[in-house]
Design a protein around this ligand. Sequence first.
Ligand code: ADP
Length: 257
Amino acid sequence: MTIPVLALTDLRKSYGRHEALKGISLTIAPGEIVGLLGPNGAGKSTLFQIASGLFAPDGGEARLFGLSYRDKSSEILRRLGVVFQSRSLDLDMSVRANLRFHGNLFGLSGKLLAERIERAAEIFEVTDLIDKPVRTLSGGNQRRIEIVRALLNLPDLLLMDEPSVGLDPTTRKLLGEHIRTVRDIHNVSILWATHLVEEVEHADRIALIIAGRIVMTGTPAEIIAASGASNLNDAYIALTGVKPGETEAGSSAQVQA
Ligand code: ADP
Protein backbone atom coordinates (compact mmCIF):
# COMPACT_ATOMS: atom_id res chain seq x y z
CA MET A 1 0.00 0.00 0.00
CA THR A 2 1.26 3.50 -0.81
CA ILE A 3 2.08 5.58 2.26
CA PRO A 4 -0.28 8.56 2.35
CA VAL A 5 1.32 11.96 1.98
CA LEU A 6 -0.70 13.22 4.92
CA ALA A 7 -2.28 10.98 7.53
CA LEU A 8 -4.31 12.57 10.30
CA THR A 9 -5.55 10.14 12.93
CA ASP A 10 -8.16 10.93 15.56
CA LEU A 11 -7.07 14.58 15.91
CA ARG A 12 -8.50 16.44 18.87
CA LYS A 13 -8.11 20.09 19.76
CA SER A 14 -9.88 22.27 22.30
CA TYR A 15 -9.80 25.98 23.01
CA GLY A 16 -10.53 26.09 26.72
CA ARG A 17 -13.74 24.08 27.11
CA HIS A 18 -14.65 24.35 23.46
CA GLU A 19 -13.81 21.23 21.43
CA ALA A 20 -12.89 22.51 17.96
CA LEU A 21 -11.76 19.10 16.62
CA LYS A 22 -13.50 16.02 17.98
CA GLY A 23 -11.49 13.15 16.52
CA ILE A 24 -10.61 13.87 12.89
CA SER A 25 -9.10 11.22 10.65
CA LEU A 26 -8.15 11.98 7.07
CA THR A 27 -5.56 10.80 4.56
CA ILE A 28 -4.31 12.40 1.37
CA ALA A 29 -2.69 10.31 -1.36
CA PRO A 30 0.20 11.44 -3.58
CA GLY A 31 -1.05 13.91 -6.19
CA GLU A 32 -4.52 14.04 -4.70
CA ILE A 33 -6.50 17.28 -4.36
CA VAL A 34 -8.70 17.14 -1.27
CA GLY A 35 -11.20 19.88 -0.52
CA LEU A 36 -11.90 20.35 3.17
CA LEU A 37 -15.39 21.82 2.97
CA GLY A 38 -17.42 23.15 5.85
CA PRO A 39 -19.10 26.26 7.21
CA ASN A 40 -17.37 28.91 9.28
CA GLY A 41 -16.59 27.55 12.72
CA ALA A 42 -16.43 23.90 11.60
CA GLY A 43 -12.75 23.52 12.51
CA LYS A 44 -11.05 23.91 9.13
CA SER A 45 -8.47 26.47 10.24
CA THR A 46 -7.69 24.49 13.37
CA LEU A 47 -7.08 21.36 11.29
CA PHE A 48 -5.09 23.44 8.80
CA GLN A 49 -2.87 24.85 11.53
CA ILE A 50 -2.11 21.38 12.84
CA ALA A 51 -1.39 20.11 9.30
CA SER A 52 0.95 23.07 8.72
CA GLY A 53 2.83 22.35 11.95
CA LEU A 54 1.80 25.60 13.66
CA PHE A 55 0.53 23.86 16.71
CA ALA A 56 0.17 20.35 18.07
CA PRO A 57 -3.15 18.61 18.62
CA ASP A 58 -4.28 17.74 22.16
CA GLY A 59 -4.79 14.17 21.02
CA GLY A 60 -4.31 12.00 17.96
CA GLU A 61 -1.51 12.16 15.46
CA ALA A 62 -0.38 13.84 12.25
CA ARG A 63 2.12 12.23 9.88
CA LEU A 64 3.69 13.30 6.60
CA PHE A 65 4.91 10.32 4.56
CA GLY A 66 4.86 8.36 7.79
CA LEU A 67 7.02 10.93 9.65
CA SER A 68 5.50 12.12 12.89
CA TYR A 69 4.96 15.86 13.23
CA ARG A 70 5.92 15.43 16.86
CA ASP A 71 9.41 14.02 16.15
CA LYS A 72 10.30 15.39 12.72
CA SER A 73 8.79 18.83 12.59
CA SER A 74 11.69 20.64 10.91
CA GLU A 75 11.99 18.01 8.17
CA ILE A 76 8.23 18.15 7.66
CA LEU A 77 8.18 21.95 7.43
CA ARG A 78 10.74 21.78 4.62
CA ARG A 79 8.36 19.53 2.67
CA LEU A 80 5.25 21.71 3.02
CA GLY A 81 3.94 24.65 1.02
CA VAL A 82 1.51 26.79 2.97
CA VAL A 83 -0.86 29.54 1.85
CA PHE A 84 -2.54 31.18 4.82
CA GLN A 85 -5.88 32.90 4.77
CA SER A 86 -4.50 36.36 5.47
CA ARG A 87 -2.30 38.11 2.96
CA SER A 88 1.38 37.76 3.78
CA LEU A 89 3.47 39.41 1.05
CA ASP A 90 5.56 42.48 1.76
CA LEU A 91 3.66 45.18 -0.11
CA ASP A 92 6.65 47.51 -0.45
CA MET A 93 8.92 44.95 -2.07
CA SER A 94 8.76 43.70 -5.64
CA VAL A 95 7.26 40.31 -6.36
CA ARG A 96 10.72 38.98 -7.20
CA ALA A 97 12.20 40.26 -3.91
CA ASN A 98 9.37 38.58 -1.98
CA LEU A 99 9.93 35.30 -3.79
CA ARG A 100 13.72 35.45 -3.43
CA PHE A 101 13.47 36.14 0.29
CA HIS A 102 11.21 33.12 0.78
CA GLY A 103 13.42 30.93 -1.40
CA ASN A 104 16.46 31.96 0.66
CA LEU A 105 14.67 30.82 3.82
CA PHE A 106 14.49 27.37 2.22
CA GLY A 107 18.20 27.48 1.39
CA LEU A 108 17.58 28.22 -2.30
CA SER A 109 19.61 30.81 -4.18
CA GLY A 110 21.23 31.75 -7.50
CA LYS A 111 20.31 30.00 -10.70
CA LEU A 112 18.27 27.25 -9.06
CA LEU A 113 16.04 29.74 -7.27
CA ALA A 114 15.69 31.90 -10.40
CA GLU A 115 14.60 28.83 -12.38
CA ARG A 116 12.10 27.76 -9.73
CA ILE A 117 10.60 31.26 -9.67
CA GLU A 118 10.41 31.34 -13.45
CA ARG A 119 8.74 27.93 -13.73
CA ALA A 120 6.14 28.50 -11.03
CA ALA A 121 5.41 31.99 -12.39
CA GLU A 122 4.79 30.50 -15.84
CA ILE A 123 2.23 28.02 -14.50
CA PHE A 124 0.36 30.80 -12.71
CA GLU A 125 0.74 33.20 -15.65
CA VAL A 126 2.34 35.93 -13.56
CA THR A 127 5.69 36.23 -15.37
CA ASP A 128 5.00 39.82 -16.40
CA LEU A 129 4.32 40.82 -12.79
CA ILE A 130 7.62 39.64 -11.36
CA ASP A 131 9.32 43.02 -11.22
CA LYS A 132 6.32 45.03 -10.04
CA PRO A 133 5.85 46.20 -6.47
CA VAL A 134 3.36 43.88 -4.74
CA ARG A 135 1.30 46.93 -3.73
CA THR A 136 0.30 47.52 -7.37
CA LEU A 137 -1.12 44.00 -7.82
CA SER A 138 -4.80 43.04 -7.58
CA GLY A 139 -5.92 40.73 -4.75
CA GLY A 140 -6.18 37.82 -7.19
CA ASN A 141 -2.65 38.36 -8.48
CA GLN A 142 -1.27 38.66 -4.95
CA ARG A 143 -2.90 35.33 -4.18
CA ARG A 144 -1.29 33.75 -7.22
CA ILE A 145 2.10 35.08 -6.11
CA GLU A 146 1.57 33.60 -2.65
CA ILE A 147 0.91 30.21 -4.20
CA VAL A 148 3.96 30.56 -6.46
CA ARG A 149 5.96 31.33 -3.32
CA ALA A 150 4.58 28.27 -1.53
CA LEU A 151 5.74 26.08 -4.43
CA LEU A 152 9.37 27.24 -4.57
CA ASN A 153 10.60 24.46 -2.27
CA LEU A 154 8.77 21.87 -4.45
CA PRO A 155 6.58 20.75 -1.54
CA ASP A 156 5.04 17.29 -1.25
CA LEU A 157 1.94 18.85 0.21
CA LEU A 158 0.43 22.25 -0.53
CA LEU A 159 -1.92 23.52 2.17
CA MET A 160 -4.28 26.35 1.32
CA ASP A 161 -6.69 27.97 3.76
CA GLU A 162 -9.61 29.69 1.98
CA PRO A 163 -7.32 30.89 -0.82
CA SER A 164 -9.99 32.48 -2.98
CA VAL A 165 -11.98 34.38 -0.36
CA GLY A 166 -12.52 37.92 -1.60
CA LEU A 167 -11.75 37.07 -5.21
CA ASP A 168 -14.22 37.44 -8.06
CA PRO A 169 -15.70 34.25 -9.62
CA THR A 170 -13.52 34.41 -12.75
CA THR A 171 -10.30 34.76 -10.76
CA ARG A 172 -11.48 32.00 -8.43
CA LYS A 173 -12.08 29.64 -11.36
CA LEU A 174 -8.66 30.47 -12.82
CA LEU A 175 -7.03 29.72 -9.48
CA GLY A 176 -8.64 26.27 -9.49
CA GLU A 177 -7.34 25.62 -13.00
CA HIS A 178 -3.80 26.71 -12.09
CA ILE A 179 -3.84 24.51 -9.01
CA ARG A 180 -4.80 21.47 -11.05
CA THR A 181 -2.03 22.27 -13.55
CA VAL A 182 0.50 22.40 -10.69
CA ARG A 183 -0.72 19.06 -9.43
CA ASP A 184 -0.45 17.53 -12.90
CA ILE A 185 3.11 18.83 -13.38
CA HIS A 186 4.56 18.26 -9.90
CA ASN A 187 2.28 15.52 -8.54
CA VAL A 188 1.97 17.66 -5.40
CA SER A 189 -0.85 16.76 -3.01
CA ILE A 190 -3.17 19.56 -2.07
CA LEU A 191 -5.41 20.22 0.91
CA TRP A 192 -7.75 23.08 0.14
CA ALA A 193 -9.83 24.33 3.06
CA THR A 194 -12.90 26.34 2.14
CA HIS A 195 -16.52 27.15 2.92
CA LEU A 196 -17.23 27.72 -0.78
CA VAL A 197 -18.81 24.73 -2.51
CA GLU A 198 -17.73 25.87 -5.97
CA GLU A 199 -14.05 25.71 -4.91
CA VAL A 200 -14.18 21.98 -4.30
CA GLU A 201 -16.29 20.95 -7.28
CA HIS A 202 -13.17 19.80 -9.10
CA ALA A 203 -11.33 18.30 -6.13
CA ASP A 204 -10.56 14.59 -6.38
CA ARG A 205 -12.16 14.10 -3.00
CA ILE A 206 -14.13 16.23 -0.58
CA ALA A 207 -14.00 15.90 3.20
CA LEU A 208 -17.11 17.45 4.69
CA ILE A 209 -16.39 18.92 8.12
CA ILE A 210 -19.10 19.97 10.55
CA ALA A 211 -18.73 20.97 14.20
CA GLY A 212 -15.25 19.45 14.53
CA ARG A 213 -16.05 16.14 12.82
CA ILE A 214 -15.54 14.90 9.29
CA VAL A 215 -19.01 13.60 8.56
CA MET A 216 -18.35 12.33 5.06
CA THR A 217 -15.57 11.94 2.51
CA GLY A 218 -15.97 11.05 -1.12
CA THR A 219 -15.63 12.23 -4.68
CA PRO A 220 -17.98 15.08 -5.58
CA ALA A 221 -20.13 12.53 -7.44
CA GLU A 222 -20.27 10.25 -4.39
CA ILE A 223 -21.26 13.13 -2.14
CA ILE A 224 -24.02 14.17 -4.52
CA ALA A 225 -25.27 10.57 -4.82
CA ALA A 226 -25.26 10.05 -1.03
CA SER A 227 -27.36 13.16 -0.50
CA GLY A 228 -29.94 12.39 -3.17
CA ALA A 229 -29.46 15.93 -4.52
CA SER A 230 -28.76 16.79 -8.12
CA ASN A 231 -25.76 19.06 -7.61
CA LEU A 232 -23.02 19.67 -5.07
CA ASN A 233 -24.52 22.88 -3.73
CA ASP A 234 -27.81 21.15 -2.86
CA ALA A 235 -25.91 18.12 -1.56
CA TYR A 236 -23.97 20.37 0.81
CA ILE A 237 -27.18 21.93 2.13
CA ALA A 238 -28.83 18.51 2.47
CA LEU A 239 -25.88 16.93 4.29
CA THR A 240 -24.93 19.82 6.56
CA GLY A 241 -28.17 21.65 7.09
CA VAL A 242 -26.19 24.83 6.42
CA LYS A 243 -26.61 27.08 3.44
CA PRO A 244 -23.29 27.88 1.70
CA GLY A 245 -21.77 30.99 3.25
CA GLU A 246 -23.64 30.60 6.57
CA THR A 247 -21.97 29.73 9.82
CA GLU A 248 -22.79 26.40 11.39
CA ALA A 249 -24.46 27.78 14.51
CA GLY A 250 -26.87 25.19 15.82
CA SER A 251 -25.94 22.60 13.20
CA SER A 252 -25.50 19.08 14.44
CA ALA A 253 -25.57 17.14 11.18
CA GLN A 254 -24.18 13.62 11.32
CA VAL A 255 -23.81 11.58 8.19
CA GLN A 256 -22.33 8.14 7.81
CA ALA A 257 -19.59 7.98 5.19
P1 ADP B 1 -13.23 27.34 10.54
O1 ADP B 1 -11.87 27.56 9.99
O2 ADP B 1 -13.93 26.17 9.95
O3 ADP B 1 -14.06 28.59 10.49
P2 ADP B 1 -11.94 27.29 13.14
O4 ADP B 1 -10.97 26.17 13.19
O5 ADP B 1 -11.40 28.68 12.92
O6 ADP B 1 -13.09 26.95 12.09
O7 ADP B 1 -12.75 27.32 14.51
C1 ADP B 1 -13.36 26.16 15.06
C2 ADP B 1 -14.01 26.54 16.37
O8 ADP B 1 -13.02 26.88 17.31
C3 ADP B 1 -14.95 27.75 16.27
O9 ADP B 1 -16.02 27.54 17.14
C4 ADP B 1 -14.06 28.90 16.72
O10 ADP B 1 -14.85 29.91 17.30
C5 ADP B 1 -13.17 28.21 17.75
N1 ADP B 1 -11.84 28.83 17.81
C6 ADP B 1 -10.95 28.91 16.80
N2 ADP B 1 -9.82 29.50 17.20
C7 ADP B 1 -9.99 29.82 18.51
C8 ADP B 1 -9.17 30.44 19.50
N3 ADP B 1 -7.93 30.86 19.22
N4 ADP B 1 -9.70 30.59 20.73
C9 ADP B 1 -10.94 30.14 21.03
N5 ADP B 1 -11.76 29.54 20.15
C10 ADP B 1 -11.31 29.38 18.90
